[in-house]
Design a protein around this ligand. Sequence first.
Ligand SMILES: [Fe+2]
Length: 227
Amino acid sequence: MSQRPNNRRVLERRHFLAGMAGSALVPLAAAQPPRGESRATPAQTLGPFYPRDAAERPRETDADLIKVDGDRVLTKGVPIFLTGRVLDRRGEALADAVVEIWQCDANAVYHHPAGGAEAERDPNFQGYGVTRTDASGAFHFRTIRPVAYPGRTPHIHVRVAAAGLAPLATQLYLADDPGNRSDFLFRRLAADEQAALTLKFEPIDPKVTHPLAQATRFVARTELVFA
Ligand SMILES: [Fe+2]
């Protein structure tokens, strides 16, 4: 019998409670934006594995969540170049916004004190990273394609903080993952909200020369719009 504290039942309950707390604050379906404005990215719960202080963060917290030795990727999973832009409702780029991501490793373990069996952690995965947007509102990470987790469909958590705005937290999903349909957080979204939170995947283009694109197999794009 596994002693993993992150068994499906406990987690579903924890996520459910976190989701309930969030749903009191976040309307299920955002109102249509006024003409000329973008629709705000739907917010989703931070979940139980957001590092709320330094003790819950990994030693390294940069934008490169994987380890590569020459051309050899040491981290388990499919390496991806995750790139996105942070915008306000008028479509203006938000520079110098703080972008954090976190996700479980390829063994479905979160690198968080409550994240599950430490012995099963992939030591070559960072689990969490933080960066800032550039002048064009762009941010970049090197990480792995998200994997399913007990009770959850594959997802990457993201939290963005920009000056003068309430932080935006949400989760990014894979298109057509069979787990999406039964995921209790994904399925409560309207179709357009699901689309807004679905990563756009393409095979990596050799023309992408960003250092964090090196040794990755896919580029995954997103756009995050503050309310
Ligand atoms: Fe999660």
